[in-house]
Every structure is written in structure tokens, then in C-alpha cells.
Design a protein around this ligand. Structure first.
Ligand code: COA
Length: 191
């Protein structure tokens, strides 16, 4: 999928300098969604620390931007020092933006990014009660298994193709252009 504009917003990868936007998004999650995202209740300090590690090169993060703010995010994390056979995905959509297809769309981006990095198993864990997460994982043909009160989703991305590599690169350049235009319009308004 190469279209980057949805519901009046834009999906693109976050830059290393944008961890503050990721942090603000995670802080806007209500208590229940924070618990669903991290598997247990977490404090603001935990979130700040977690978000500050966004740029540590162990992950890539997609954001859904509206007016320069992130309202949904999807992370692909390495399980090791370099991209290997296994990786992990995590998702967060703010309450007001849920049930519009954003989680499904973001999961598609993460699966494609995993595919393009040679990942063979993309794992996602969520609480057993998290019906939305399980629904979007099933839509992407994940095998779901229950383990100690959690559900582990395992998606096996296909091998990369020229098309999947091109689509990601095309999205990245389009995302870059949209980010620059957004910055430019902010500077014009501020002047
Ligand atoms: C899980 C999450 C990422 C899903 O994002 P989203 O944007 O709401 O997802 P979508 O709109 O693409 O899809 C939601 C699906 O769940 C379905 N759904 C909603 N409520 C449901 C319920 N109570 N039971 C079953 N399915 C439900 C929707 O109908 C939709 O399915 P459909 O497209 O077939 O109709 C989002 O709810 C979220 O961020 N939750 C808090 C954090 C979290 O749980 N993260 C996952 C663990 S890492």
C-alpha cells in the first residue's frame, strides 16, 4: 500500500528527533489503553524513559500525524543487536482514533517493514482480554496462542520483493515530503 494520507492525517516513520511526539502520544493514552499497550499499568516516568529510547536504533516507529502531533504509533523492534529472524511489533492508537482502521493499517506497515528486513517471525503480545488487538492480528493472518494470561501472535512475513522494497522506499520519500511541508506551514504561521 503506498497511500500515506488517511482520515485527514499522515502515516510515516518517525525521525530520531521526534521522540517527544512519541512520548506525548503515549502519555495521552488513557489508563486502560496504557495497560493494554504495556501489559500492565505504567507511570508517566516509565513512559518518558521508554519514549526516549525510540531513537536507540533497536526499533523503527511509524506514527499517524495530524497537525504535527502523533495520535497512533506502531513499533517494530529487533530481538537482538541486528535484524534477525525474529522481531516484535507493538501498537497504540488513542481512544478517539480507534475503530477507524488505523491499527490495521499500521500493522500492515510493520509487517512490510519486517518483511523487507528479512524477519521470519513477527511476534506481538497482548492481554487475553484485548479483543481489538486480536482482531487486527487475525486480519493479518497471525497464529494466536494463549500463554499465561497473554495472547502471542506470530506472523510470518513473506520474503522481500522488489515491489515491497519499492513501496517502503516510496512511502518514506512521500512521508519526508509531507513532513517538510508540515514544518514549512508551521514556520509560515509562526512568522
Ligand atoms: C489494539 C489497537 C492498536 C487497535 O487499533 P484500532 O485502530 O482500533 O484498530 P482497527 O480500527 O484497525 O480495528 C479494530 C477492529 O477491532 C474490532 N473491535 C472493536 N471492538 C471490539 C470488541 N470489543 N471485540 C472484538 N472486536 C472488536 C473492530 O470492529 C475492528 O475490526 P473490523 O475492522 O473487522 O471491523 C488499539 O485499540 C489500541 O491502541 N489499544 C490500546 C493499546 C493496545 O492494546 N495495544 C496492543 C498491544 S501492543
Amino acid at each position: 500500500m503506498t497511500e500515506s494520507t488517511f482520515w485527514g492525517g499522515t502515516i510515516r516513520k518517525l525521525w530520531a528527533t521526534e521522540s517527544d511526539k512519541f512520548q506525548s502520544h503515549l502519555l495521552r493514552l488513557d489508563q486502560d489503553n496504557r495497560r493494554m499497550r504495556f501489559g500492565h499499568g505504567v507511570s508517566e516516568t516509565f513512559i518518558s524513559d521508554y519514549a526516549s529510547r525510540m531513537s536507540d536504533l533497536n526499533s523503527l516507529t511509524y506514527g499517524f500525524f495530524v497537525d504535527g502531533e502523533v495520535h497512533a504509533a506502531a513499533e517494530l523492534r529487533k530481538l537482538g543487536d541486528s535484524w534477525g529472524a525474529d522481531a516484535e511489533g507493538a501498537f497504540s492508537v488513542e481512544r478517539d482514533w480507534q475503530d477507524r482502521g488505523l491499527g490495521t493499517e499500521l500493522m500492515g506497515r510493520v509487517i512490510r517493514a519486517a518483511r523487507n528486513r528479512g524477519v521470519e517471525h513477527l511476534y506481538m503480545s497482548c492481554l487475553a482480554e484485548n479483543a481489538r488487538m486480536q482482531r487486527i492480528a487475525k486480519k493479518h493472518e497471525a497464529n494466536l496462542r494463549f500463554e499465561y494470561g497473554e495472547v502471542i501472535g506470530d506472523i510470518m512475513p513473506s520474503c522481500p520483493t522488489y515491489l515491497s522494497l519499492f513501496e517502503e522506499a516510496f512511502d518514506d520519500s512521500r512521508g519526508f515530503m509531507l513532513a517538510v511541508l508540515d514544518l514549512r506551514s508551521k514556520m509560515v504561521h509562526a512568522a
